[in-house]
Design a protein around this ligand. Structure first.
Ligand SMILES: CC(C)(COP(=O)(O)OP(=O)(O)OC[C@H]1O[C@@H](n2cnc3c(N)ncnc32)[C@H](O)[C@@H]1OP(=O)(O)O)[C@@H](O)C(=O)NCCC(=O)NCCS
Length: 174
């Protein structure tokens, strides 16, 4: 796993769950995304090797999760990035970028065709994300087009198209 200025990126372990919840709440300033991480972890869309923490001297300073969402009328599932959180006092030091790159590398090694994200249109293009609608991957109703992005990986094929359905874990309340 890559390191950035002493920060190690590694898969989460049960002993990290409380720290992940605390960082997620602190980063988003509310509890909903921390509950969403827990709901995804308990769901069949969870991929243990794609829930990564950034650790600095035994302290968790960041977390990223990639998990499966469904395609309507299609048995294939696609990975979606999020939530991602960096401890507020450590933001803008490259930890988020290290987490995104590490997760994308694992997704590529797994033979996943692409990774979706619903997020800041100014942050994710840095990593190669672009509007997912251009690939024919349509978001669930009510999702703004500019925030709906995808990055294609080695196994991507253009015939992969359709409308995404979010799992129940995405609708969790705080
Ligand atoms: C978004 C987040 C994960 C990025 O992690 P990070 O470690 O701060 O990011 P990095 O240091 O790797 O990258 C920093 C660059 O990303 C961009 N960036 C960071 N946060 C951004 C944001 N909220 N919106 C747009 N661009 C952002 C900036 O260009 C920044 O560079 P700069 O400091 O030179 O301006 C982190 O800021 C965070 O936890 N935010 C709160 C939770 C959140 O919004 N999660 C994502 C939801 S889509």
């Amino acid at each position: 796993m890559p390191t950035i200025s002493g920060v190690l990126v590694r898969p989460e372990a049960p002993a990290d769950y409380a720290a992940i919840a605390a960082i997620t709440e602190a980063a988003f300033g509310k509890a909903r995304e921390a509950r969403m991480v827990e709901a995804i972890r308990a769901s069949d869309g969870f991929v243990p090797e794609l829930s990564l923490v950034a650790e600095d001297e035994a302290e968790i300073v960041g977390h990223i999760l990639l998990s499966y969402v469904s395609l309507e009328e299609d048995s294939r599932r696609l990975l979606e990035l999020g939530p991602i959180s960096v401890r507020p006092d450590r933001q803008r030091t490259g930890i988020g970028g290290a987490l995104v790159r590490a997760a994308l590398a694992i997704a590529d090694e797994r033979g996943e065709p692409l990774v979706l994200v619903l997020g800041h249109p100014s942050y994710y293009p840095t990593f190669g994300f672009r509007p997912a609608s251009g690939l024919g991957i349509v978001p669930p109703d009510g999702i703004p087009d500019e925030a709906w992005m995808a990055i294609t990986l080695s196994a991507y094929r253009p015939e992969l198209r359709g409308r995404v359905v979010f799992p129940p874990a995405y609708s969790v309340e705080a």
